[in-house]
Design a protein around this ligand. Structure first.
Ligand code: MCA
Ligand code: AMP
Length: 488
């Protein structure tokens, strides 16, 4: 397969590639650092990456891809239970880290390889292309863990062709080139920040400046200082929409940007409007999923219609399907169907989960996204909801209610638990726990339950609100009626 990152060998060696805070690497330096690392991980079958928002993570993932070894990005804030599940499921041979990283159990039980990003560019690491050229386009590139409605997260196996095809389709839709400089503050253990936000600029031969941590000031500084594109989740654009009224520097910086892109959840039309009013610029939305990478986008040369996720990307087949499996033919802005997609952008399987993989596809190979949408007469897709109420999107993170319920039930003060999402102006949805306490006289408090979940799973999965009940509403079959909870 042709190289994923041709610029590593073809771009001028002094061309900027990556910047994290004060640290930066040119293409020449990145090729040397990643090339040297491929030589050190050579025999591994699969590697984990301790995916802090740092240079080391970017170099580690590029090196694994060059070596043709699948990488499993780990959220460094994940708790022991979640990390334990991911490590036992994906069985990496070693973990790639920054030298200063302190690893918690059970990650510290793995052999560890510290990433050295300061390699002499004239060093003797293997030439990247020489290692990569044996890789096939269907070979696994990344295994990214993603929550389902119930049970622990599943590892989506993403092949090399999905990465190249999705990034090239976005280049077409966004006129994304090597001249673009991207700024973002997204985490590097999910598709948005890692594939789009890090591998994307490198495939184009352009550069990325990572903020380390998102802030509107950081966005303003980088866009004013030469960055051309911004990627963010709706929570970030909501914070920008709040800040533009009082931050003229931010307004000026956004006004000068080439492209502002939002994704991972729906950006409310109200926030679209506030940003457009203050800056004259329209944020465009694209729609994707861990399992499919990117499916649709508003095009840079198209109409930026708020509330839509644009049109299918080149190479992506998209259809809307009714409950009974029949296809929605209408482009009327009204008829709702489930989005199903097919194309080179898709994952190949959920690791070790043939049952879940089979259930995710139709007999003729379409992936069921679970997202419900309508299509406007000109083909623009509007997402109107999700099939499963047990999936919550908070801050752009997908979170399964069942996973949190299981964690809550492991708390001694909890007899029964149900988890729902409710609207939140900043996070999109916030996690709400409905608890029947073991002892009604001393129910566990919010902070205690939030810590319990944050330590086991991850801080973004912690409940933000807790209600105590005497009993959960159940139907005749004993099933919890969540709609009754949210409407109480
Ligand atoms: C608070 N914290 C705690 C606790 N309470 N830590 C431990 N225990 C507790 N009880 C800490 C948190 O860890 C965090 O630490 C800080 O307090 C604030 O937490 P939180 O409120 O969750 O964070 P935030 O600042 O509000 O974050 C908003 C955010 C974030 C920056 C927008 O949600 C975010 O980065 N979202 C991006 C999600 C994303 O990339 N999704 C892509 C997947 P600290 O301050 O140290 O962080 S979707 C995808 O990939 C598909 C393909 C797609 O379409 O894109
Ligand atoms: P994840 O599984 O974490 O990769 O999240 C994928 C889900 O995020 C999709 O199935 C959608 O529900 C949602 N999503 C991503 N981008 C958008 C968008 N622009 N608008 C609405 N929902 C989105």
């Amino acid at each position: 397969m042709p190289p994923l990152f041709p610029a590593l060998t073809e771009a001028p060696a002094d061309r900027p590639a990556l910047r994290f805070g004060e640290r930066s690497l040119t293409y020449g330096e990145l090729a040397a650092a990643a090339g040297a690392l491929t030589g050190r991980i050579g025999e591994a079958r699969r590697v984990a990456v301790w995916a802090t928002p740092t240079m080391e993570t970017a170099v580690a993932v590029v090196a694994a891809l060059l070596a043709g070894i699948p990488a499993v990005p780990l959220n460094p804030k994940s708790g022991e239970k979640e990390l334990g599940h991911i490590l036992s499921d994906s069985a990496p041979d070693l973990v790639l880290t920054a030298p200063e990283d302190q690893l918690p159990s059970p990650v510290r039980d793995l052999p560890r390889l510290d990433v050295d990003v300061d390699i002499d560019v004239h060093g003797t690491g293997p030439a990247p292309a020489a290692v990569e050229e044996h890789a096939d386009e269907s070979d696994p590139a990344l295994i990214v863990y993603t929550s389902g409605t119930t049970g622990p997260p599943k590892g989506a196996v993403i092949p090399r062709r999905a990465i190249s095809s999705t990034l090239d389709a976005l280049a077409d839709a966004w006129q994304w080139s090597g001249d673009d400089v991207l700024v973002h503050g997204l985490p590097l253990f999910h598709v948005h920040g890692l594939v789009l936000g890090t591998l994307g600029p490198l495939r184009r031969g352009g550069s990325v400046r990572h903020l380390g941590r998102f802030s509107t000031q950081g966005v303003a500084r980088e866009l004013a200082g030469g960055a051309t594109m911004l990627f963010g989740v709706p929570t970030m654009y909501h914070r920008i929409a709040e800040a533009v009224t009082s931050d003229p520097d931010l307004v000026k910086a956004l006004t000068g940007a080439r492209l502002l892109v939002s994704g991972s959840a729906a950006l409310p039309v109200h926030d679209h409007g506030r940003i457009a009013t203050a800056t004259g610029r329209r944020v465009i939305e694209r729609y994707g999923m861990t399992e499919t990478l990117m499916n649709t986008s508003v095009r840079a040369d198209g109409e930026a219609r708020p509330g839509t996720v644009g049109v299918p990307l080149p190479g992506v087949e998209l259809r809307l399907v009714e409950e009974d499996g029949s296809e929605v033919g209408a482009y009327d802005g009204e008829t709702v169907g489930e989005i199903q997609v097919r194309g080179p952008n898709l994952f190949t399987e959920y690791l070790n989960r043939p049952d879940a993989t089979a259930a995710a596809f139709t007999a003729d190979g379409w992936f069921r996204t679970g997202d419900m949408a309508v299509r406007d007469p000109d083909g623009y897709v509007r997402i109107v909801g999700r099939k499963a109420t047990d999936l919550i999107k908070s801050g752009g993170y997908k979170i399964g209610a069942g996973e949190i319920e299981n964690a809550l039930l492991e708390h001694p003060g909890v007899r029964e638990a149900a988890v729902t999402g409710e609207p939140d102006p900043d996070l999109g949805e916030r996690i709400v726990a409905w608890i029947v306490p073991a002892d009604p006289q001393s129910p566990p408090a919010l902070a205690e339950l939030a810590d319990h979940v944050a330590q086991r799973l991850a801080p973004h999965k912690r409940p933000r609100v807790v209600h105590h009940l005497n009993a959960l509403p159940r139907n005749d079959m004993g099933k919890i009626m969540k709609r009754a909870l949210t409407h109480e």
